[in-house]
Design a protein around this ligand. Structure first.
Ligand code: 5CA
Length: 464
């Protein structure tokens, strides 16, 4: 892809996903088609969380200043990013109210009221809400928003450190499955101390690599230890009648999941959507010839009903425009399958199918459609996963640095690689380079430590 940024902006508009013309920086509008992709994608994560015993909740948008400021590290991390509500009409408010940048403080204030004894634990809740961050880095649609419109944040409290540790593992497993279902390859790393979530003991992050070679953090899981629990007094009685503070975790994903579907799978022609999030999974295009319109339209209707009854999202495009235009429109929108029905095929009992992911066109006997359709859709997602894996794989390079090698050469190699190709560089773990001083010299970021072929590596890249 020649110019990813341009392609990306263009596709948001042409596929009618998101309109960036709203007159506030970092805020935009989900259009109906984009909203549906968002709906199906977040339905997947909701289901995964629900199946693992989480409950969905809803907390207020506003957080009083004194609550937000309670946890020292946390507020330090967010103070430059908070939007404040200072007035009600003309009147100054007694207590300033923050628009939530994330909801630890509002949720943990309430958890204090809910937690008394060990049997009140664990609590595993989540919400999908908008959060606000006054981002100072260059904002980008669905990637760096000031109003993060789709912020799925989960918050948990446990009776033991071990339970919280296991919760981190469960959350990572959920995210791994979520991104797998979307066909988005991820690299998981433990963020360095200097880049962890404000108030966390440690942060695990899911990164992917965009077509421009830049690293995109698409999810994070934080072990909060007892930091917030002590501040918010989440004390409970243990089975032995002792007192202890709850052990907590939180984890989040955002609109970046949608941005990644677009960026990782799309091509020069437009979107390519995984069938599970495609608002339209199959579009039927009747090829109308004079005198045979009814025959073709009837068949289109019949196939529509057949596929709809199988639980698929189908559309018949019977607009009065040339078929070529229709093909083009649905290719831009990434519809996984197109079925063409023309009079000649019909006479032979056949239909023509076009696959958006491979660009293949093939014929199927009409009776075979019912039995084959799910196989074809499965094949599409598997093929998309494989393609994405190859794309991301080609962006990962390993540098085999050893202590006795020259640090200066290493810095030059990293700089050069990041400059020319971008992507992710992996270097066997080494204390000499796992620090902020080193990071300052490489023209990129130390993402963290990651396991690669069973060994510990340092991951480096340029981030969004
Ligand atoms: N409370 C924790 C867990 S929910 C939290 O806020 N973590 S976070 O700061 O790491 O955010 C969670 C995820 O939201 C990030 O991993 C990132 O993928 C996404 N995110 C963060 N800031 C933005 C932004 N400005 N626009 C879009 N997505 C964002």
């Amino acid at each position: 892809m020649e110019n990813f940024s341009e392609w990306y902006g263009n596709i948001l508009e042409r596929a009618e996903i998101y309109d960036l013309r709203y007159p506030i920086k970092g805020c935009g509008v989900y259009l109906p088609y984009g909203f549906k992709i968002r709906k199906y994608a977040f339905e997947i994560i909701r289901n995964l969380l629900d199946e693992a015993g989480h409950d969905e909740t809803l907390f207020p948008l506003l957080i009083p200043e004194n609550l937000l400021a309670k946890e020292g590290e946390h507020i330090k991390g967010f103070e430059d990013e908070v939007y404040w509500v200072t007035h009600g009409g003309q009147r100054p408010l007694d207590v300033k109210l923050a628009l939530r940048p994330t909801s630890e403080t509002s949720i943990y204030y309430m958890m204090k009221l809910w937690i008394k004894v060990h049997s009140d634990l664990p609590i595993k809740i989540y919400q999908v809400v908008n959060t606000f961050r006054y981002e100072t880095k260059h904002t980008r649609p669905l990637i760096r928003l000031r109003e993060i419109m789709t912020f799925k944040e989960a918050h948990t409290a446990h009776a033991t450190r071990e339970d919280a540790e296991n919760q981190v593992k469960e959350a990572m497993d959920i995210y791994k499955r979520f991104f797998e279902k979307l066909g988005i390859p991820t690299i998981v790393s433990k963020r360095p101390e200097w880049d962890k979530f404000p108030g966390a003991e440690y942060t695990m992050a899911f990164d992917t690599i965009f077509p421009d070679g830049k690293i995109m953090q698409i999810g994070t899981v934080h072990n909060l230890g007892q930091n917030f629990a002590k501040t918010f007094d989440l004390e409970f009685e243990t089975p032995d009648g002792e007192k202890d503070y709850a052990y907590q975790t939180c984890y989040g994903i955002s609109d970046r999941a949608i941005a990644s579907i677009i960026a990782i799978h799309g091509d020069e022609k437009g979107l390519i959507l995984p069938p599970n999030v495609a608002p339209i999974q199959i579009v039927i295009i009747p090829l109308l010839f004079k005198g045979k319109e009814n025959m073709v339209l009837d068949k289109a209707k019949e196939l529509y009903n057949l596929l709809k009854n199988l639980g698929l999202r189908v559309k018949v495009d019977d607009r009065d425009i040339r078929p070529g235009r229709k093909f083009n429109d649905w290719e831009i929108k990434g519809v996984p399958l197109r079925i063409e029905i023309g009079p000649r095929d019909l006479e032979n009992g056949k239909i023509t199918i076009y696959r958006r992911d491979t660009g293949e066109k093939f014929q199927l006997k009409e009776q075979e459609l019912k039995g084959e359709i799910n196989n074809i859709l499965n094949d599409i997602i598997n093929n998309m996963k494989e393609n994405a894996k190859n794309k991301i794989g080609s962006f990962i390079s390993v540098i085999d640095y050893k202590e006795e090698d020259s640090l200066k050469d290493l810095i030059n190699t990293i700089r050069e690689k990041l400059e020319n190709k971008g992507g992710m560089i992996l270097i066997p773990f080494n204390n000499e380079i796992y620090n902020k001083d080193f990071e300052e010299n490489i023209g990129g970021s130390i993402l963290g430590t990651t396991e690669y072929n069973g060994e510990e590596y340092i991951a480096i890249g340029r981030t969004y």
